[in-house]
Design a protein around this ligand. Sequence first.
Ligand code: UD1
Length: 354
Amino acid sequence: MKTIASIVGARPQFIKAFVTSRALEGKFNEVVIHTGQHYDPEMSDEVIDQLGMKLPDVNLGIGSRSHGNQTGTMLIELEKTISEVKPDCILVYGDTNSTLAGALVAAKAGIPLAHVEAGLRSFNRAMPEEVNRVLTDHVSDMLFCPTDAAIENLKKEGITKGVHRVGDVMYDALLHNQWMVSQSTSILPDLQVEKGKYALATVHRAGNTDNATRLKSILDALGSLSMPVIFPVHPRTRFFINQAGLSVNSNVSLIKPIGPIGIVELLEHANCLLTDSGGMQKEAYLLGVRCITLREETEWVETVEAGWNKLAGVDAGLIRKLFETWHPTGERPALYGDGHAAEQICAILQNALA
Ligand code: UD1
């Protein structure tokens, strides 16, 4: 049996790897390597536990550092681990520093590299994620794209070989997590909100958190909305709220990060999502929840084109106006595959590594 090394490190990667791992089971020997990028229990162990994901075989324990130090240390430690595991292929997910480190290790060691969620672009090189994506795609042998736009982006950069449109593993994960929600006790009563009568907010992008003016503008906007706002706060955001001494209006509940099942329940019953997350823009679309994106651009342009996502940046007036007056009703075409992206990825890997 061929060996695949899956490299994960940050919360959304556990979710993506979880569905891929299920598809690989019995067909490949999968070794899951956790870089340690996310280490707080609610960002790492609790996520893995709630998903019922296979525990990482290795945890390199490389936590928060400067980007260069973090990526460089991952590169050094991953190279050592990979030389012991000797995988036939390395699988990386998304666009974090763990993704880039995994990609570079594969490229340097001459091991075939497969990238799940390839071809996404925000065209904003100030985002660390954009640099991570572009570099990872350019050293990948197999590029698993979730959308047609992703295929087009790669084509424009001259990448056409090894490109596969497989749909989105996040949709696979969403279907699973929705089923898990149906089996669990509701968290809405604990949060004292009712279906359809609250907004959900998440903010963690460096461009929003590390800039006190932008962060304040977002908090002011949330505080001006005519509904309760549930805001699970990423540790990075919590740090900067405290550092800048910012406060929020009483309609906004700052709560600790919510696990992958709870967040799906909160989202599917929300009146509106306000977010700078990539994955959640799509999840809102798939669940038929309107989304106001707290960024100037998005990688998930189809959600905007379909009329379910509005880019508001951090303009408090615009955010409030959209929230109070904009209610999409259009169709939601199946943009992200059929919920079987992971099986398609597995079949392509079986073929390629046979
Ligand atoms: C990372 C990814 C981002 C992804 C996000 C998902 C990069 C460049 N960014 O952002 O693309 O959307 O994960 O959540 O890889 N921290 C903790 N505990 C943790 C992890 C982080 O307190 O478990 C705090 C630390 O102050 C740390 C800061 O968050 O310095 C930033 O963490 P880092 O892993 O560098 O980036 P994220 O903002 O989490």
